[in-house]
Design a protein around this ligand. Sequence first.
Ligand SMILES: *Cc1c(COP(=O)(O)O)cnc(C)c1O
Length: 396
Amino acid sequence: MYGKFKEHLTREIAAIRNEGLYKDERIIVSPQGAEIELQSGEKVLNFCANNYLGLSNHPELIKAAKEGLDTHGYGMSSVRFICGTTDLHKTLEKKIAEFFGTEDTILYAAAFDANGGVFEPLLTEEDAIISDSLNHASIIDGVRLCKAQRYRYPNADMAGLEEALKKAQKNRFRVVVTDGVFSMDGNVAPVDKIVELAEKYDAMVMVDESHSAGVVGHTGRGVSEYFDITGHIDLITGTLGKSFGGAIGGFTTGRKEIIEMLRQRSRPYLFSNSLPPMVVNTGIRMFEMMSETNELQDKLHKNTDYFMEKMKAAGFDIKPTKSAICAVMLYDAKLSQDMAAKLLDEGIYVIGFYYPVVPKGEARIRVQLSAGHEQHHLDKAIAAFTKVGKELGVIK
Ligand SMILES: *Cc1c(COP(=O)(O)O)cnc(C)c1O
């Protein structure tokens, strides 16, 4: 049997290559950070990590991870409800709820699991899920696993949402779900308006804060801080794998009864291993740092403003955003790849995105800013963009 299947795979993989969609992985031999070393020996400035607060290699967090290893060992060898819950897990769940101003939190191995396991235990075929068209793949998969009726509205389109809400009046319960920040444009979802519409049409609101937590809002508490709507969002999912240290782990935080039900019925929670104590202890320390100082958020916001302003002044077409994602619009797929390659030659590591990751004719380079960047890093990137941009005729 495998002979034929192998032929099939070989053909499919060749087709992926021919379409220019094959993903090669660049191998890094240093810790994650503003400056990284590649296996090729090149040292480059990194502008494509989700390391928004620069915590991936932070000494305080490394110390906390080591402490976690010393006090609670390496692995839990269990799911949470059998013998995988330590005092650390409970403390981290409480810290996350404090951070977001919610009632309780449930941890998962990843945000992918949090989203995968959130709908099916709560909703049935009588209910409705109303989802933004650009929501993350894990939300789409979570929705697929649930029998609720599905409605989709165009990205951040409130007229579209209102239409869907009207149609969904026939359902028993309704939940509107959106990413807090959309990863390709860096736009913040209009959650203030979503909450208003949800109140008008009697729906619950769920926000995936994976790209927005730590970044959006003066103290990084996400869209509820940004729009001053703390307490109006019923459910928040998020990751420990981006701003919050970048290791691994996800969570759902929100209304007490919802979290209680997820602990009883959410499959990725019930049937997958408990997070390792070192990751959990590091998470606790990380949230303590967030409440002690706003230094990292301030630096991130300053870096983002600085970079955007200088890039616009250089003549680049930048999507307006309130996140740490800066989309440098090029519109042409090949140009996005050529420009990323030339930038790498200049020591700047960024990724060019094109269809089908972004809509046709909207190719771009995505730059991700971090509190780990110093001004000289930003200046070097801006100079490289300007040089390459002129060479390729993107700017004058
Ligand atoms: C990154 C991301 C996820 C997945 O997070 P993991 O913890 O890595 O699984 C989920 N949702 C959104 C919106 C994301 O950006």
